[in-house]
Design a protein around this ligand. Structure first.
Ligand code: AMP
Ligand code: FES
Ligand code: ZN
Ligand code: ZN
Length: 323
């Protein structure tokens, strides 16, 4: 028996189990876009935002965010500016940038391409090479995270954007939060929220896909036929606590549809009552950007890497894995 869309009777594309709906491609895309719009409205993500920096890596989440957000931003008079960063991770970065640029062009969104190496004199392959050589205290992804956050904020300030949007989805936010809690980093809990209001020179951050799962986001890009990069960054560890948490939460979600969203909403309520606060910020002595230390983590990394570049001897470029 061919399954049919509950709304129009066309051939079914997927079933949304927690709302007991079977939907065709078109109605699924509309359903997803409505969910994004509801998230923006419910958490007032566009409040005081006239110009929004949309950060697109080329992966399915940020590509989905751009396509789903564009028509609604237009209606709400929010101007979008795209940003994609070429992190210099060989083939992976090349394909990612291509996918991001295609998404900006298809959506008619003006964009900026920041080439980490050209702009700041080092790339992520150099960081990866030196993490082991110098026995640096954190993993590559952690340094990459601070590079991205720094550039998002800097570009937003320089281009007079009121907020920065990233494609973090429900699985990302839950797994990040649970991992932070398991390691005792309770102050990171505030990143669970769909919106973190800006302070000082730290621009407001919004996460329009906060209530949508990995699977829902993947189905959306498939439903609209958007291209995205389906490679995993070669520096992502094969196994990690965060990946295990996503797998386990998805097993529970399969058994109890709607579990992830219910857990997320409850955690937000707990967070509102808990008054988790971040530490005080100072201004980095080198670049003037907000920082929790005298010299910000980006400037420390940049100094270390640009010093090392002259001494670079071996090439340790790795191949991206397909996800
Ligand atoms: P990740 O830190 O890779 O999980 O990415 C989280 C979000 O950050 C993505 O959904 C994008 O919105 C943004 N992002 C990650 N990498 C890039 C990049 N190279 N350029 C622009 N935005 C990015
Ligand atoms: Fe940053 Fe992989 S994308 S380390
Ligand atoms: Zn339909
Ligand atoms: Zn700095």
């Amino acid at each position: 028996m061919v399954l049919r869309c509950s709304l129009c009777g066309s051939r079914a594309f997927t079933r949304v189990r927690y709302s007991r709906l079977t939907l065709c491609r078109r109605h699924y895309a509309e359903f997803f876009e409505r969910r994004v719009k509801n998230t923006v409205e419910r958490y007032r993500l566009f409040k005081n935002v006239k110009r929004l920096l949309v950060c697109v890596s080329g992966g399915k989440d940020s590509v989905a965010m751009l396509y789903a957000l564009k028509p609604y931003a237009e209606k709400s008079n929010v101007e979008l500016l795209g940003l994609t960063i070429d992190l210099g991770i060989g083939e992976y970065s090349k394909c990612s940038v291509e996918a991001a640029v295609e998404a900006f062009k298809n959506n008619d969104v003006e964009y900026m391409l920041v080439d980490l190496s050209a702009e700041y004199g080092f790339d992520l392959d150099t960081v990866a090479e030196n993490v082991e050589k110098l026995r640096m205290p954190k993993g590559v992804c952690s340094y990459c995270g601070s590079v991205k956050r720094y550039i998002f904020n800097k570009v937003a300030l320089d281009s007079e954007c009121d907020a920065v949007a990233t494609g973090h989805n429900l699985d990302d936010l839950l797994s990040f939060t649970l991992t932070s809690m398991a390691s005792g980093q309770v102050d990171l809990l505030i990143k669970l929220q769909p919106k973190n209001r800006g302070v000082d020179r730290l621009v407001t951050r919004i996460r329009p896909l906060a209530t949508l799962t990995n699977r829902e986001t993947l189905l959306y890009v498939m439903s609209i036929g958007a291209s995205y990069v389906d490679l995993e960054c070669p520096y992502t560890p094969e196994r990690s606590m965060q990946k295990t948490i996503v797998e386990k939460l998805s097993e529970i979600e399969h058994k109890y549809p709607g579990f992830k969203l219910a857990l997320y909403k409850s955690l937000l309520r707990v967070l509102r009552k808990a008054e988790v606060k971040t530490g005080p910020l100072v201004h980095c002595e080198k670049c003037g950007m907000p920082s929790s230390t005298r010299i910000c983590s980006f400037c420390r990394l940049k100094s270390l890497m640009t010093e090392r570049i002259g001494e670079k001897t071996t090439e340790t470029r790795v191949t991206a894995r397909r996800v």
